[in-house]
Ligand binder design. Sequence first.
Ligand SMILES: C[S@@+](CC[C@H](N)C(=O)[O-])C[C@H]1O[C@@H](n2cnc3c(N)ncnc32)[C@H](O)[C@@H]1O
Length: 223
Amino acid sequence: MCWIRSQYRHRFTDFTDVLIPVYNWGFRVLGGHKHEAFRQRVIELAELRGDERVLDAGCGTGLTTLHIAARHPDCVMHGIDLSPKMIEVAEKGAEKQGLAVDFRVGSITDLPYPDADLDVVLTNIMFHHLDLVEKRQAVAEIARVLKPGGRYISAEFGPRARNPLERRLAKGDYTLYPSHLTEADLTICHEELSFFVWGLKVYHRVAVKLAKSPPEFLEEDPL
Ligand SMILES: C[S@@+](CC[C@H](N)C(=O)[O-])C[C@H]1O[C@@H](n2cnc3c(N)ncnc32)[C@H](O)[C@@H]1O
């Protein structure tokens, strides 16, 4: 818990916490249909089937998490965020809408789920909170908790920044690069450049944890 508190105090997390009172309203009202389309696209790319186990990592106030929980009641939804205040808002949202979501305070760099536990992991606009070391840890953790064949859907700021806010958010190491995914043995099978809100560009990506084929000697007929 002490570790979470010390992590929690740093960088952008303080800034996003300050925005909590206007967070959902800001995206919905000021972001308008772009914001809707952004989240809708994440859900489409996840191609959720039946009773899959899904984690929204860095879930914030649970905007995407609750969207999925409402539309895919058979899925088992989890949400995790480093900010206890964000999780508090997310939990209130779930209670208000009568949705069952397992929300937890914790870090994407040390996920509290067993190996090969989840079918789908999502991250939306959260990697700019992480430094280079944390990003590698985060992607390794995502690969660890995914089942073989599991999917990782990311919607993160890209390196081709034009406006000053975007440059700040996508600055150097604060971007998720495809190489981070391939280093963790996640295979990128789809990538598209799209928009978040206020002209900010994001990359929607789908990466898969391929099932490793057994070593050849195991496939040989023992007789
Ligand atoms: C810009 S918000 C995006 C929230 C949400 N994904 C959404 O789409 O609205 C980024 C979130 O990442 C969280 N965060 C930052 N560092 C984190 C970490 N190491 N582990 C988990 N969440 C983290 C912040 O607390 C914040 O809620």
